[in-house]
Design a binder for this molecule. Sequence first.
Ligand SMILES: Nc1ncnc2c1ncn2[C@@H]1O[C@H](COP(=O)(O)OP(=O)(O)OP(=O)(O)O)[C@@H](O)[C@H]1O
Ligand SMILES: [Mg+2]
Length: 892
Amino acid sequence: MSRWEFVGRTDELNRLLAAVTGEAGRGLFFSGSAGIGKSRLLREGVNALPTDRFAIWSIAASATTAALPFGGLVQVLPAEQPQGLSPAGILRWALNVLQQQAAGRRIVLAIDDAHLLDPPSAALVHLVARAENATVLGTLRDGEQIPLPIRALWTDDLVEHVELSPMPQEETAGLLAAILGGPVDSGSADRLGELSAGNPLLLRELVHAASGSAELKRTYGIWKWTGRLELAPNLTDLIDTRVGKLTDGVRAVVELVAFGEPLGLHLLKQAADQADVETAEERGLISVIQHDRRTDVRLAHPLYGEVMRRRCPVSRTRRLQANLAELLEQVGKRRRDDLLRVAVWRLDSGTAQDPALLVDAAVQAFTRYDVPLATRLARAALNADGGSDAAELLATILMFADRPEEAIGVLDTVTPEPGDERRLCRWLTVRGMVSYWGLSRQSTVEEIASRVEQLSDSADRSRVHAFEAIMRLHGMDTATAVRLSQRVLDRPAAGVAARELARSTIAYVQAAQGQLNRSGTAIAQVHSAAANWRTDMPYLQLALELARGTRLMLTGDLAGIDAIVADEFADLAGAGDFRLGTGYLAILQAYAARMRGQSDAAMRTALGACAVLATSRVYAGLAQAERAQAAALRGDAAQATAAMAEADRTHAPGMAVLYPWLEQARGAAIAASGDLPGAVKHLGDLVDRLRADGFAGHEVHVLHDLVRLDQASMPVGPTCSDGGRRTVAQRLAELSERVDGVLPPLLARHARAAVTDSATDLLAVADDYAALELTVYAAEATSQAVQRLRRQHSAAANDARERLAGLLGRCDSIRTPALHAGAPVLTEREWQVARLAAHGAPSRAIAERLYLSARTVENHLQRIYAKLGVTGRAELWAALRSIPGHEGGDAG
Ligand SMILES: Nc1ncnc2c1ncn2[C@@H]1O[C@H](COP(=O)(O)OP(=O)(O)OP(=O)(O)O)[C@@H](O)[C@H]1O
Ligand SMILES: [Mg+2]
């Protein structure tokens, strides 16, 4: 009774096949209650696909694989993963592996019980679903919690999501015949079908419960059931009863599989009696699955595992887990995953005594992005007398999990002995990191600087110096930061990690100073050396990301930001709890949306960044500043002000180097509140400060903010030798020679066009902004052109207005001072008249609708034309649409 043919479900099966073979190849997920037939349907569908056209991988996630990072995809990925990749790098590597193995065929990834995927596997599935040539299929059980990247599959429209309904009565009759292997009397089929409520598993368990008894008999070849059940029995109860009746030997087999699946058949045979394994298979409790080179045993149905695990007392559970760990240790760990499995079983069974094993496993979990598991393992290693190695690892992981106080506590238990220099070096750096960034203790820098003298080894000193340098950078002592970093790079004995950390520090300074090309080269170098520093110093990733992000924002390279956001899966925050990383990427994403005028997305993403970063102070102020900018873009002065107040409250003094972003946002917030002179004063002072600090990369952007407020002719900076001061436009022209990239000359042209009142040049500048997707700047420059053309009563004003309307049409609601300054102000009544007229209503109709006289309407229209600078109705529509915040609206 263990296997029978597939019955019915024709529509569902066709739908599944169409999902793969159809034009779009959009995937499909089936949801439904336990036992309703999801897994079977998926299996039948996948088996029906031609393997010459499709490269198919079938995966069954389970409660046991859910505990391990990439546990769910262990059958798909090669045993040896490359070392030293970032979490996103691992995902990309895995996708490449699949692409290679597919050899040009379309990839089909079928995931049974996708709700049980571990976080990194879920992230990978999402990534596969996004790939051009891949389709993802899967099943989900109702009422279970679904990992975010999986839920995002249908909210992002990558797959369809369908609820699998119970089997109709005529199909359950067929199924019954298939299970029993012969025709069934129709009355019995009806009653059993009804009791099972169209649930195949329940039907099967009902038959199982009745088989062998007098209730279920075959006469003249026809099965008849004479049992009496008033109420439909509960599926779990039925299974519970069945499992309760198993012999000890068979139960032991099912238990081992329940805690260890997928379990190699050779392992199971070592621990259990061969005959019992066979019985368990015959009874349909376990299934043996042949992979390329291995034979795995799994439960025939997840419910058996659930029932089994629930029935198992704690002491017995632990004994089983210890038993499994021993077995795997005896036969030798073959795959990298085996190390993690053994470690987790040891943890769960309370037999974790080998600190080296636990440290190894913790490192593996950490490099796979599973912070909670890594924490558990590292803590167990420390408790098993793992000493300073375990303590430093645990502290590092805790720092990443935003738990710096605990991290310091851990480190203080392993203060190095005097004279142990190697230890002192590592301890100083890890403790320094936790104390400076985690706890915002600025005194850390001096502490480190004073103790570095105790180290005699040049490599050790370099490592500590590299740390001191980046702290100095973040605390705004850039000169010392650069000097120290340079010293590290000049020292041949310096290790790779120290060297690349120093290079990241220099890359940041270069970006801020406007040497964006050199900064880019340095960043690429750090990136390409990642495999050599990642295991030694995983947190270097953050320094790299900050330098890279700063450079991209200052370059105005939105496509570059898109690329790294897509690359690093900022939206998949569920994969691994790496908040500083995902939060910072969200800030970049919000910035790109803001520049494109997508103010809704900018606000949403900035709020997301604020939420993710709220528990750590490193980027909290920066996130709030980005929120203030998004609010200012929408003209929401109250929120912009509130966000700046939050920024001031949360910004860590140890991150002083981020001040240009905060102060620029403050300027935008002041301007949004209507205090233009205040904003101009603030930004002017900021320009002076940036100049004094040598941050030309930032300065060009702030100068441009002044151009946006129509201050291109305003004097800035010190008095020159000729006795006068430079204007904003002149300073921008000067800097465009020194700051790399296409943007500075464009900003300088914008300023000059504003000074010379050249509408033609302003429009040309707008085109160039638009080509870079800097849509807000493009709209503002166009608006400035429209104002000038109107003043000059030029006929070209109409065309410019059309262009402005077009640009605003690409944005969500935006309202900046530059857009507002030139916008004509209409009264409420004038708006009503103008909208109706723009929609083509004749004056008489307008008059009737608004209860006015025709002459009054005419008077209104003349005033409106004058205000808008148009000559008649034909131009009215475009003129209205070019007023920000009023996209024409409806005629009412
Ligand atoms: N259409 C069908 N024809 C034949 N047998 C079926 C059919 N649908 C389901 N079954 C059988 O019924 C049992 C339960 O189905 P299945 O394992 O697919 O349930 P499920 O919906 O995946 O449940 P769960 O959520 O617990 O994983 C299996 O033994 C399966 O082979
Ligand atoms: Mg299933």
